[in-house]
Design a protein. Structure first.
Length: 55
């Protein structure tokens, strides 16, 4: 009988919800007005879209 390989369980990242990117508001000027949004790499999962399950 062949052995089954057990893949470690992973969960989707709650911060980026599986996209790997997060949006941040861009603020400019002395009054810190919001002028738009910028996307960047998710620092929770580093763009992998999933985090390892706690053991």
């Amino acid at each position: 009988m062949a052995r089954k390989t057990v893949k470690p369980a992973t969960l989707p990242c709650p911060t980026c919800k599986g996209t790997g990117e997060v949006s941040r508001t861009v603020r400019v000027g002395r009054k810190q007005r919001a002028v738009g949004q910028q996307t960047g790499l998710c620092l929770n999962c580093l763009g992998a879209c999933e985090i390892p399950a706690p053991s």
